[in-house]
Ligand binder design. Structure first.
Ligand code: F3S
Length: 80
């Protein structure tokens, strides 16, 4: 399974990820992107049908702000 989230510190709100993968990424009020899958937590597996879109978004982000991993992305100490 794959997990994703946007690094919002480096996202420049170019919107490419939303264009490539509208079912995965969206932009908040300040137009910084986030993952719709799990409120940008990176803890819910991306559905198989969306993996190609995810790859496109990952490759297309000009600031490499899209994090993709094969394990849940959790900051610091693991939840629970
Ligand atoms: Fe931001 Fe990259 Fe998307 S700069 S808007 S995460 S393509």
């Amino acid at each position: 399974a794959k997990y994703t989230r946007v690094n919002q510190d480096t996202c420049i709100a170019c919107g490419a990820c939303q264009a490539s993968a509208p079912d995965i990424f969206d932009c908040d009020g300040e137009e910084i992107a986030f993952s719709l899958i799990d409120e940008n937590k990176g803890i819910r597996p991306i559905p198989e049908a969306l993996l190609e879109d995810l790859e496109d978004a990952y490759m297309g982000c000009p600031t490499e702000s899209i994090e993709v991993a094969e394990h849940p992305l959790v900051d610091g100490i693991k939840e629970q």
